[in-house]
Design a protein around this ligand. Structure first.
Ligand SMILES: CC(C)=CCC/C(C)=C/CC/C(C)=C/COP(=O)(O)OP(=O)(O)O
Ligand SMILES: [Zn+2]
Length: 499
């Protein structure tokens, strides 16, 4: 019989077995391909493209004999939908497998130009005066458009703190998160100084429920905004960790509220929040890692929850979780250590019962807790926290990533670029759906996370092999806790630590 730790350890290794299984499958397919050289495999589409095609042919063979109930089991609606998505994705990969590298590069440039067009078309929606916009002059109008954004965001600012969805609308945590991240992305002095942090802090406190927060997304948006603006303190963080712990489910992922189903969106929100309040070690990280590693599908993209379809937006929600986990592996290892081998660490490792919120105002106590958080592999800068929770977000990203990516990064980039991208510009959930701003934003964030997933240090330029397609596909690095471009985060850190 396995004890709890052994069970967790074995589950942890399932992720690697999964990858090994995939690479064995792709080897088999490659061998098969040698026997039947149907296409030139010249695109940088590796195992997964091949694997998808093969899984499709397997699947369609089992889908069609639905009528013959004696021989084949009847498929559920979900299985049929899954096969449909796999088929569409496999078709795309098959077509693109036959395209020469030269054509691929041309397509990539076309897509890039289309992005500019998509953005400017989006900007056109700001008002009739922008109808003259042309993709070619877009770069020169950006400063002007930034001012317009700023003006619109200012109109959304509530006099009692927080931002609404539009002028005159009630402030809300999600729209406040979006507005603050937009202002930090704009990054100019007038953008940053337009944020009234005192009012915003009062708003965040007003939104706080005495039992913590009543939804994991709300917790994340509140804590993320407070952290990036350098106003996060123990009063805001109080009880939030307890609440998120109650949302981690038997599967390992995190749900939106206690008793609900684990979901990628909430798992990102929950994990990022726990990191920002210095309580990530309280989660069962091995089972969280196990759950999220299995959410990457044969299509290359991620699904949001068990038995659901892949969707481009989870490239960030799930890919982002795995990017964060890459920096938490020492704690995963510590949690997997049987307590008897744990020696001294047993009292300060995963069994630690001190919570950041218990340490309000105790600088030295916080140092002790930071040691719990980072185990033996201590991060000097974290040790110097001296009670400042706001610093964690910035220090965390400076931590050296401890491993190679914890997901198949090329496969994810394939799904984003080839299956989620729309030729006319923008991104969508999956083939067959329409593009929208939400998926455009989160597919791009997922793409960036994926491209930098081999970089040991935040923002370090990836090797060309880490970037699918031409190197010009490389995006700006983002901060995986806030989902804001890294440069913007540093600017904000400078600005709000001096102002
Ligand atoms: C900060 C911020 C914006 C956070 C949002 C986090 C997020 C994406 C939460 C997911 C919400 C949810 C349960 C979607 C399921 O939709 P579905 O049933 O249509 O999709 P599914 O089949 O993929 O689960
Ligand atoms: Zn989606």
């Amino acid at each position: 019989m396995m004890d709890g730790v052994q069970r967790r350890r074995s589950r942890y290794f399932l992720g690697s077995i999964y990858k090994a299984r995939r690479s064995r499958a792709s080897k088999k397919t490659k061998e098969k391909q040698k026997e039947e050289p149907i296409k030139e495999a010249r695109l940088p589409l590796d195992s997964v493209a091949m694997e998808s095609s093969s899984s499709f042919s397997r699947s369609s063979a089992s889908a069609s004999p639905n009528t013959n109930l004696d021989q084949q089991p009847r498929l559920t609606v979900t299985q049929l939908m899954q096969l449909e998505v796999e088929e569409k994705v496999a078709q795309i990969y098959r077509v693109l497998n036959g395209v020469s590298p030269h054509s691929q590069s041309l397509m990539s440039e076309l897509w890039r130009d289309k992005h500019v067009e998509f953005l400017t078309r989006g900007l056109e929606q700001l008002g009739p005066s922008y109808h003259v916009l042309d993709a070619k002059i877009a770069p020169s109008i950006f400063p002007f458009v930034f001012l317009c954004f700023l003006h619109l965001l200012d109109l959304r600012k509530d006099k009692d703190g927080g931002y609404g969805g539009g002028p005159g609308q009630l402030p809300h945590l999600a729209t406040t998160y979006a507005a603050v991240n937009t202002l930090i992305t704009l990054g100019s002095e007038n953008a940053l100084s337009s944020i009234n942090r005192d009012n915003l802090y009062k708003f965040l406190l007003r939104m706080k429920d005495s039992s913590g927060e009543i939804d994991v997304r709300a917790s994340y948006t509140a804590i993320s905004v407070a952290s990036i603006l350098n106003i996060l303190d123990y009063e805001l963080a109080k009880d939030v960790g307890n609440y998120i712990l109650r949302c981690q489910t038997y599967e390992g992922g995190i749900a939106g509220e206690p008793g609900s189903e684990a979901h990628g969106g909430y798992t990102f929100c929950g994990l990022a929040t726990m990191i920002l309040i210095n309580e990530a070690d309280r989660l069962d990280l091995p089972s969280l890692l196990d759950w999220v590693a299995f959410r990457q599908g044969v299509e290359g993209g991620f699904q949001g929850r068990t038995n659901k379809l892949v969707d481009g937006c989870y490239s960030f929600w799930q890919g982002g979780v795995l990017a964060l986990m890459q920096r938490l592996l020492p704690i995963v290892d510590m949690q997997l250590m049987p307590s008897s081998d744990n020696g001294e660490l047993s009292s300060i490792g995963s069994t630690c019962s001190i919570k950041s919120s218990d340490l309000a105002g105790q600088g030295s106590g916080t140092k002790i807790h930071a040691m719990c958080f980072y185990g033996t592999i201590l991060c000097q800068s974290i040790l110097n926290l001296q009670g400042k929770l706001s610093d964690i977000g910035f220090h965390f990203v400076k931590r050296h990533a401890e491993s190679v990516p914890l997901f198949h990064s090329t496969a994810l980039q394939q799904y984003i670029l080839l299956c989620s991208q729309v030729l006319e510009g923008g991104f969508k959930d999956k083939p067959g759906k329409y593009r929208d701003f939400y998926h455009s934003c989160y597919c791009l964030s997922g793409l960036s996370v994926s491209q930098y997933s081999w970089s040991k240090d935040a923002g370090a330029s990836p090797l060309p092999t880490a970037v699918l397609g031409p190197y010009s596909n490389l995006l700006e690095p983002i901060h995986p806790l806030y989902n804001v471009v890294l440069d913007g985060c540093y600017k904000s850190l400078d600005f709000f630590s001096t102002s």
